[in-house]
Write a protein that binds this ligand. Structure first.
Ligand SMILES: Nc1ncnc2c1ncn2[C@@H]1O[C@H](COP(=O)(O)OP(=O)(O)OP(=O)(O)O)[C@@H](O)[C@H]1O
Ligand SMILES: [Mg+2]
Length: 239
């Protein structure tokens, strides 16, 4: 029997963090949009760059915040014994300056993304939306529809990064355009600061995994890495 396209290409992309791969049911799935949201400096960009770095195939990276750093990517590659220039050449970077340009670029990805690609990242989907004070939920929904099309038809993984705002009614940090994104991203990871250099990821929603799972990870030269659980008997690193 002929192998399905999923078997041929592998259904998931590794995050390079064992705990996160397990949390996500094997890794970042092709054919699906994963939303990663959380406060600044929690590792969202590092996570997206690392998934691109560690897996076969090209990456279309839509950088709306100027957060993508070639220096950081090269540092992550070098620390892992990978060729930094080769790593950088896998990434095709797009830098839309406003929500209109973002729409045009995401639309253009329909022709740009070929079977050589394994990942599309929009980092973040909501920065321009927020900065422009836009209430155009329909516009965001349309962009997500195109990203969904890309995920399915091109069999790539799609990571959509999202920011947070403080909701004084509930005293919590909520994702921007929560409902618009919530209906259209079936897998959702929330990143939080735990302590210096250590972050935690909470699985808020998943197609086939229980919600609420928590994994700790640390940010290093390599990018993001597992934090080993405390094991006093052999002195492994505590979180
Ligand atoms: N070489 C390194 N070693 C350890 N930590 C690093 C290194 N390089 C960057 N960091 C840390 O990574 C964090 C930033 O990560 P990242 O840019 O992925 O966050 P983010 O969630 O995308 O933030 P934002 O919302 O501002 O875009 C900062 O705390 C920074 O100090
Ligand atoms: Mg970022």
């Amino acid at each position: 029997m002929r192998a399905s396209k999923y078997e041929a290409k592998g259904m998931t992309l590794t995050t390079g963090v064992k705990g996160l791969d397990e949390l996500l049911g094997g890794g970042v799935a092709r054919g699906v949009i994963l939303q990663v949201y959380g406060p600044f400096a929690t590792g969202k960009t590092t996570f997206a760059m690392q998934v691109g770095l560690l897996n076969e195939g090209k990456v279309a990276y839509v950088d709306t915040e100027g957060g993508f750093s070639p220096e950081r990517l090269k540092q992550m590659a070098e620390s892992r014994g990978l060729d930094p220039e080769k790593a950088l050449s896998k990434f095709i970077i797009f830098e839309p300056m406003d929500l209109n340009e973002q729409r045009r670029i995401i639309s253009k990805l329909k022709t740009v993304v070929s079977d050589k690609f394994s990942l599309v990242v929009v980092d973040s989907l909501t920065a321009h939306y927020r900065a422009e004070g836009s209430r155009d939920h329909v516009e965001l929904a349309k962009q997500l529809q195109v990203l969904q099309w890309l995920a399915r038809k091109k069999n790539v993984a799609v990571i959509v990064v999202n920011q947070v705002y403080y909701d004084s009614n509930t005293n919590t940090l909520r994702p921007i355009a929560e409902h618009t994104l919530g209906y259209r991203t079936k897998d959702i990871l929330r990143f939080e600061k735990f302590r210096v250099g250590v972050r935690l990821a909470v699985l808020e929603r998943h197609r086939f995994r229980p919600e609420g799972g928590i994994v700790y990870f640390k940010i290093t030269d390599k990018g993001i890495e597992d934090v080993l659980k405390a094991k006093p008997e052999n002195g492994e690193e505590n979180i």
